[in-house]
Structure formats: structure tokens, C-alpha cells
Design a protein around this ligand. Sequence first.
Ligand SMILES: *[C@@H]1O[C@H](CO)[C@@H](O)[C@H](O)[C@H]1NC(C)=O
Ligand SMILES: *[C@@H]1O[C@H](CO)[C@@H](O)[C@H](O)[C@H]1NC(C)=O
Ligand SMILES: *[C@@H]1O[C@H](CO)[C@@H](O)[C@H](O)[C@H]1NC(C)=O
Ligand SMILES: *[C@@H]1O[C@H](CO)[C@@H](O)[C@H](O)[C@H]1NC(C)=O
Ligand SMILES: *[C@@H]1O[C@H](CO)[C@@H](O)[C@H](O)[C@H]1NC(C)=O
Length: 439
Amino acid sequence: MAMKKSSIWNSIADNTKYSVSISSISGVSYICNNGKRSLIERIFWIGMVICMIILAAWQGLSVYTHYKERPVIVTVDNAYFEWKFEFPTATICSVDLKPDSQLRTIIEKLNLKLNISRQLLGSEYADFINYLQDLAFKNYMSYHEYKEYSARIKREFLHPDQYMEVLDEVTLNIAETTGKPAINFPMKQVRPVLRVFTEWGPCMVANPNVSIYFTPKYFNSSNLYADYQPIVFTVNDLTSFLFQKPNSTKGVSHIYFHAPNEVMEIMDRKDTLPHQRFLTSKYEADVVQTSQNVLPLTVEQKNCRLPLDYGEEPLLHSPVYSYNLCKFECRIKIALKYCNCTPYYYRRLAHEPICNLSGLYCLSKYKTQLIYARDSSIECPNCLQNCDVYVFRGYETALPYTFLQTTLDTGIIFPNIVYIRNLVYSKIDLTGDLIFYKL
Ligand SMILES: *[C@@H]1O[C@H](CO)[C@@H](O)[C@H](O)[C@H]1NC(C)=O
Ligand SMILES: *[C@@H]1O[C@H](CO)[C@@H](O)[C@H](O)[C@H]1NC(C)=O
Ligand SMILES: *[C@@H]1O[C@H](CO)[C@@H](O)[C@H](O)[C@H]1NC(C)=O
Ligand SMILES: *[C@@H]1O[C@H](CO)[C@@H](O)[C@H](O)[C@H]1NC(C)=O
Ligand SMILES: *[C@@H]1O[C@H](CO)[C@@H](O)[C@H](O)[C@H]1NC(C)=O
């Protein structure tokens, strides 16, 4: 056994001597070469070798640091025929209300005590009904219009916890309309059309993915679902999206196209579809996708976030991450700090109250901070971009013409440029570079 060990050591020593003697760093061989060199010369070369090792280590470290910190670059992709995109999600907000009487019936069903107060407070109740109807279409841009109401209405005829339920019932639900479906998806695919609560009030969402967390069914849920897969299209597919509004309604509709991995937010661009008009629009997508080998990196290395990045600080109000959901997080913090409540359309934690009329009027005083999701006295999360970004740019919108049925026909233009987040330094490049610097 001992014999064997020593022979291994001998062989290692021989090998080292051999590799040192042929090493391209000439100094190393000068150190150990048979006694021809003087002591001073050897000390000089030992010094030189140490300096070079330090230099190599420093250079290696800088490569390593680069790998650790910014190993991703964005490149232009040209595999045009292999590109696959997700068809946008459409959020449709219609300014249509069912009749007054329906709203009164619902409120009275929910609030039996109302019976007495209604007689006592006739005009205040009427004001409150108007306020509720408004609520469906108001947002940060218009909450200041509640000034008058907030002076006149002193009683709550409906608890804010019930706003959502009531607004769901009294606003247009195109999924409920019978007969012809209101939406034709591209490529004859079928996707759900669901009620969704947004910063523009109660809307409908078609081809939802992340948006499901704002539908009543999942509003309180923090589970993950895989039931809502977006429609995928390639260059060979015709991608036209047709929306036809039920004939019985007369209001204007606003339609927002956004990525399935995103939710609509207050500043997004929209198409506006008036009653009994035919509108044709075209959108082109600006696309950034992330290559497979980037996905396992840390968020810091990627400099973007996936819907699920394990180990990263999650959003408090959402089980998945997106850039807009991160902005919502900031708006929620601002609303809670200044008005101690949040609007009914945000997801909430148990102790966070829903804004009543005075709460919403209070929000109007912080309009700028809320819209830009920025306030110097509040620590908002650092909102990184989504790793996969689809921005749908309005490309061409013709003037709407009169038509029997209110219709929107939208074409999504296949992009001709795609940006890919790619790895510059893989681990293999890294070891290669380190070896290169050593020799
Ligand atoms: C409501 O008022 C009507 C008459 O105005 C009365 O018959 C009814 O019992 C009242 N209901 C409640 C729950 O107080
Ligand atoms: C709204 O809520 C606040 C605090 O929760 C309360 O003081 C106020 O009276 C409420 N406003 C109305 C109109 O009920
Ligand atoms: C969410 O939970 C709260 C209380 O737990 C409940 O009052 C509310 O109705 C729920 N919302 C939905 C949409 O299910
Ligand atoms: C959203 O789509 C992705 C694929 O793009 C899928 O993995 C995920 O499960 C979907 N989310 C839901 C809620 O269905
Ligand atoms: C709406 O009215 C038009 C014209 O009367 C008709 O062609 C169309 O089928 C109607 N749409 C629905 C969904 O009933």
C-alpha cells in the first residue's frame, strides 16, 4: 500500500516537473532547471512568477465577475421561419350598464336594513346609486369628480367588500350573451372570455393567462394553474381577431391588446369602438424573447424576471410576477399609506380595507404618484422588465364606418425583428477564458 502511494506521488512530481519545464511561461522553468542559475536569478524569477499568477488571477476574477453580474446580451434573431409568438390577450371594457332598477334590486337584496333608511334618506340613496354606477368607469384619472358626492353622501348603503359582486352583475358580460359568440379567435381556436377587474373597472378578458388572477373565480387564489395557455402563432398563420358586440347594448367599448403574461394597466394604449361602427385596426408586436440557457440564471444575472422565479422576493399581492403587477404593488403601497385603503379591483391581504367613497376621493389627491407608481417616501419594489416582452404597437387604424353591428377586426402583423436575451459567457467559456489567462 505504502509503495503504491509513493509511486503515485513520484509520478505526479515527474509530471509536474515535465509540464513546468515545457510551460510557456519561461520563468517557471528557470526556477527549477538544474543548478545552472544563481540564487539571485532564481529569486528574481520566483518574484516574476508570483506577479504573473496574481495578474492571471485578477484577470480571471474580472471574467468571473462579468459572468456573475452581466452574462446576458440582447441580440437580433434571424430565424424568421421558426419564430413563435403568443397571440395577445384582449381586455375589453364596455361603457354599458344594465338599468338602474337592477342595481337597486341587487343592493336591496344585499342590504336588508336599507328598507328603513331609504325612506328617510331618499335623495342620498339616489346619489349613492349614481355613485355606484359611476364607480364602474372611474379610475385615478377621474376620482377627483367624487368631490361633490363625498360632501353629500354620508352613509354607506353598500359595504365596499360588495362593490365587486354588484358591479359584476350590472355591467356588460359578453360571455353570457347567447347565440353567436362575441369573439372569434384567430386560427379557429377557442379561448375563455372571462370577467376581469382592472384599473378601468369591470371588463372582459379574452385569451387570458396572467389576467385570471383578477377574475372573481381566482381573485383570492394564490395557486398556479395551467389551464389558460395562450394561442401560439407562426409566420404561416393568419391572425385576425374579431369582436362583435351584442346588439342590445349601446355604449362605447375600449379594447386593450397586451401580452398574455401581462395585465392591462391604466396607461396602456387602447382602441375605442363606438356603437354601431366597424373598426379595423392593425398591431405589430415588438418582441424580446429569452433563450433557454438564460432561464436558469439568477434574476440579477438575467436582469429581467419570469412569471415564477423561485427564491426571488415574490409580490405580496400576486402569485406570479409581471412588470405591471409589480407597479400595482407600488400603487397599493401608496394608496395604503395615504388613504389607508385600496380600490376594489386590486387583490388584497386580509387586513387591507377596500376604499369607500371618501377613500376613493382621498386617492384623487395622490393621482400623480399613483399613476406613475412613484413616491419618494415609499419604498416600492424594484420592478424589472418581464423576460419575454410583447409590446403591441398600433400600426394602422382606419376611421370607423357605420355598420349594423358594432365590430372590431384586428390583425396582428407578424414581426420582422425579434430580440433575444442570450448568454455571452456560458460556464464553458468561463473555464476556457480562465485557462487562457493562466498560460
Ligand atoms: C320593509 O318595508 C316594508 C314596508 O315598507 C315591510 O313590509 C317589510 O317588512 C320591511 N322589511 C324589512 C326587512 O324590514
Ligand atoms: C369611509 O370609511 C371611513 C373609514 O373607514 C369612514 O370614516 C367614512 O365614514 C366612510 N365613508 C362613508 C361615506 O361612509
Ligand atoms: C375573497 O375573500 C373574501 C374574504 O375572505 C370574500 O369576502 C370575497 O367575497 C372573496 N372574493 C371572491 C371574488 O371570491
Ligand atoms: C400561462 O402560460 C404559460 C405558458 O406560456 C403557462 O405555463 C402557464 O401555466 C399559463 N398560466 C395559466 C394561469 O394558465
Ligand atoms: C345584430 O344585428 C344585425 C343587423 O340587424 C344582425 O345582422 C346580427 O346578426 C345581429 N347580431 C347578433 C349577435 O344578434
